[in-house]
Ligand binder design. Sequence first.
Ligand code: SF4
Ligand code: SF4
Length: 107
Amino acid sequence: MPEKTEKQIVFDKVKDTPPLAVSLYTMDYNKTGSWRNVRPVIDYEKCTGCMTCWKFCPEPAIDAEKYEEDGKEKYKPVIDYEYCKGCGICWVECPVEGAIYTEEEGE
Ligand code: SF4
Ligand code: SF4
């Protein structure tokens, strides 16, 4: 696995920012899983349930699954591989080393 690094790109003016891909319909209609060549996997032994990955995922590929523990309502992330395009954003943004790792690479 490559070393995790942080890089911030700052644009001085709005006009310098790259154009964004815009979908006219909800991404729910566009199953992007076939694009994937990297498969993120969550290690629930390490995952703290902070849901940062869920917030940053650009696709509807991470579900927040509700469960109860010690009488408290908690959430855990569950990856839906039909929509996961393998961008790796969840892996980059996860604050816990090893809580998300990449399992497979395509051709
Ligand atoms: S960002 Fe990492 S620690 Fe937080 S919920 Fe996602 S996998 Fe778990
Ligand atoms: S690899 Fe990208 S699309 Fe797949 S779950 Fe992570 S952030 Fe979402």
